[in-house]
Design a protein around this ligand. Structure first.
Ligand SMILES: [Zn+2]
Ligand SMILES: [Zn+2]
Length: 249
């Protein structure tokens, strides 16, 4: 009986606010995914694209480019390459949606996908903790939330490990059109806490890694929290620059 009422309640909720596919805006079925069937297929095709360093699917490797590695980041776990091509639309829509509305179905979906990639790439996660690149204060005022933090929290739940908010952003300007050098100057973080992370693996979550500037600056801050801290960048996407994308990292 209780289940019956629960089902009625969920049906009513569904009909009053039928969720739409983040990509094509068609109403979704009750499967709980943020993409409709067709767009989910398109997303899966985007996942099939390969890493330019090792040739495997991007989600099945943790290759990091030289720039990240030279800043003490051991690996970069990511799902797909972000670019403006039409065939990438469904995958990209997951990122727009996270940034603009932080829809729960979308955040949970991305956290589930990232959890699989993390488990595949790291043999041991018991020793790991999760944090995130904080959103700019101006953007939090505009949207009312920090999507990277929501994603990091959901990922921590999926993996059953601790989430620690370690960084505050003091960045003043939007970095969208900046060069890497300018981004490094602009990426200013302060530590919110100083737990001893000696011997830990720290996963730093962000939606997209573009130049690697924020990740590198964040990694430098976190490394001051103990000895032998191993850092992994974890992001939904890797921004696409050209076929030699890692040249920029
Ligand atoms: Zn769709
Ligand atoms: Zn690779």
């Amino acid at each position: 009986m209780k289940d019956f009422f629960k089902r009625i309640a969920s049906d009513i909720k569904y009909y009053f606010s039928v969720p739409k596919c983040t990509s094509c805006r068609e109403p979704l079925d009750k499967g709980g995914l943020p993409l409709c069937r067709e767009c989910h297929k398109a997303y899966a095709r985007t996942l099939d694209r390969q890493c330019s360093l090792c040739g495997r699917r991007l989600s099945l490797c943790s290759c990091a480019g030289e720039f990240l590695k030279s800043h003490g980041i051991s690996g970069h776990i990511k799902l797909f390459r972000y670019d403006n091509r039409e065939e990438n639309r469904a995958a990209n829509s997951l990122i727009y949606s996270a940034k603009s509305s932080a829809r729960k179905d979308n955040i949970d979906f991305l956290a589930g996908e990232l959890a699989l990639a993390v488990k595949f790439n790291l043999q041991k996660i018991e020793n790991a903790v999760i944090t995130n690149i904080p959103r700019r204060p101006g953007a939090i005022r505009k949207y009312g939330f920090d999507h990277a933090q929501r994603l990091a929290r959901a990922l921590a739940v999926e993996l059953g490990i601790e989430y620690i908010p370690l960084l505050n952003s003091a960045a003043k300007r939007q970095q969208k059109k900046m060069s890497r050098e300018k981004r490094i100057e602009n990426a200013s973080f302060t530590l919110t806490d100083s737990p001893d992370l000696t011997g830990k693996v720290v996963l730093i979550v962000d939606d997209v890694v573009t130049s690697g500037a924020s990740m590198s600056v964040a990694a430098g801050k976190i490394k001051t929290l103990g000895k032998r801290i191993k850092i992994y960048a974890v992001s939904v996407a890797l921004a696409y620059r050209d076929e030699f994308d890692y040249v920029y990292f």
